[in-house]
Design a protein around this ligand. Structure first.
Ligand SMILES: CC(C)(COP(=O)(O)OP(=O)(O)OC[C@H]1O[C@@H](n2cnc3c(N)ncnc32)[C@H](O)[C@@H]1OP(=O)(O)O)[C@@H](O)C(=O)NCCC(=O)NCCSC(=O)C[C@@](O)(CC(=O)O)C(=O)O
Ligand SMILES: [Mg+2]
Length: 288
């Protein structure tokens, strides 16, 4: 079980941000070559991100590169750099179909072969940014063992839906959130909620974090370091939840030692889903 609560975007053309953002300790960093980088800076950004990956600055933090989409002239060079640089995960933006994923998967395999990385080592995350992506989310999420997560991208999605972000319970994102989350859970992979664009609006950000957490998202895409601690705190289990989880783990251990298939704690049955949830709570608490 890997903890993926916070995935922070870092513009790939910002040498300053690339060189020191490990200090913020997000669970994952996403070096962006797509929409945070202007057309004029695409080549510079690719080189800067390659050097950052090679410098190995982000020990313990998952590294992700968001390449440009398969409809652009940049994605092949982006992939070549990222896979050779040793990135852990490729984020494919504006994913609409399994064909998009297969196109980058084939290319990744060729690069892995040519640079000596084990086949399958480079993982993929698909960003769902359109109605078409949402309706194909189930097949996208389950089309390759390389797929470790899918992410809903609210900005582009709402443009495609011909609407905009409201405040409050955000009905305009309800269907897409539910669809992306179900696709991820059916495929047994992680799910990321949308990025929140107003970095000064703590209250609005936390309202959105609560929606994501309660729905069951593993975490959110973030655009500013200030959002990391807020998110981690909101995802942290309470002391009561941690105490209960420890009791569940202990009860499960005792049952195993006594060769009992099922056991109860305070009158409630302890079975594999309960144990799994307890392990998730402990993991969250260990990183809070
Ligand atoms: C918003 C702003 C300009 C504000 O900057 P400001 O400089 O005014 O902020 P300050 O508060 O002054 O910063 C204080 C200190 O933090 C440092 N710092 C700030 N941000 C940092 C960061 N991200 N990483 C590391 N360091 C950071 C800064 O360098 C300074 O460091 P220092 O000078 O040392 O004190 C900045 O945050 C920023 O650029 N964010 C990333 C924007 C981005 O990537 N957009 C593309 C991805 S979304 C998209 O594409 C939509 C999507 O595709 C999404 C999907 O797919 O999910 C969809 O469709 O929905
Ligand atoms: Mg986008």
């Amino acid at each position: 079980m890997r903890l993926r609560r916070s995935m922070m975007f870092i513009p790939g053309d910002s040498a300053g941000m690339l060189s020191n953002s490990y200090i913020y300790r997000p669970d994952s960093v996403m070096f962006d070559l797509e929409d945070a980088v202007s057309l004029a800076e695409k080549d510079t950004a690719r080189l800067l991100v390659f050097n950052t990956l090679k410098a190995n600055l982000y020990g313990g933090i998952e590294t992700v590169v968001r390449i440009n989409g398969v409809e652009t002239p940049f994605w092949e060079d982006d992939l070549d750099m990222a896979v050779r640089g040793g990135v852990e995960v490729i984020r494919l933006p504006k994913t609409e179909s399994v064909a998009d994923v297969k196109e980058i998967e084939n290319r990744i395999e060729n690069i892995e072969k040519s640079c000596g990385r084990p086949i399958g080592d480079t993982k993929i995350m698909a960003a769902i940014e359109s109605a078409c992506g949402v309706v194909n989310a189930v097949s996208i999420a389950s089309c390759t063992p390389r797929m470790i997560a899918i992410a809903l991208a609210g900005f582009d999605y709402l443009v495609d839906m011909q609407t905009s972000r409201s405040s409050g319970s955000e009905p305009e994102l309800f269907y897409a959130r539910a669809a992306v989350l179900h696709a991820a859970r059916a495929a047994k992979i992680d799910a990321f909620d949308v990025a929140y664009g107003n970095v000064n609006d703590e209250e609005g950000f936390l309202r959105e974090v609560a929606i994501a957490k309660n729905l069951g998202f593993n975490g959110k895409s973030l655009i500013h370091p200030r959002q990391i601690e807020l998110l981690h705190k909101a995802y942290a289990p309470t002391t009561g939840e941690v105490d209960h989880a420890r009791k569940v783990i202990q009860a499960a251990k005792d049952a195993e030692e006594k060769n009992l298939g099922v056991v109860s704690l305070d009158g409630k049955m302890i079975d594999p889903p309960v144990i799994h949830e307890a392990q998730r709570v402990i993991l969250l608490s260990d990183h809070s």
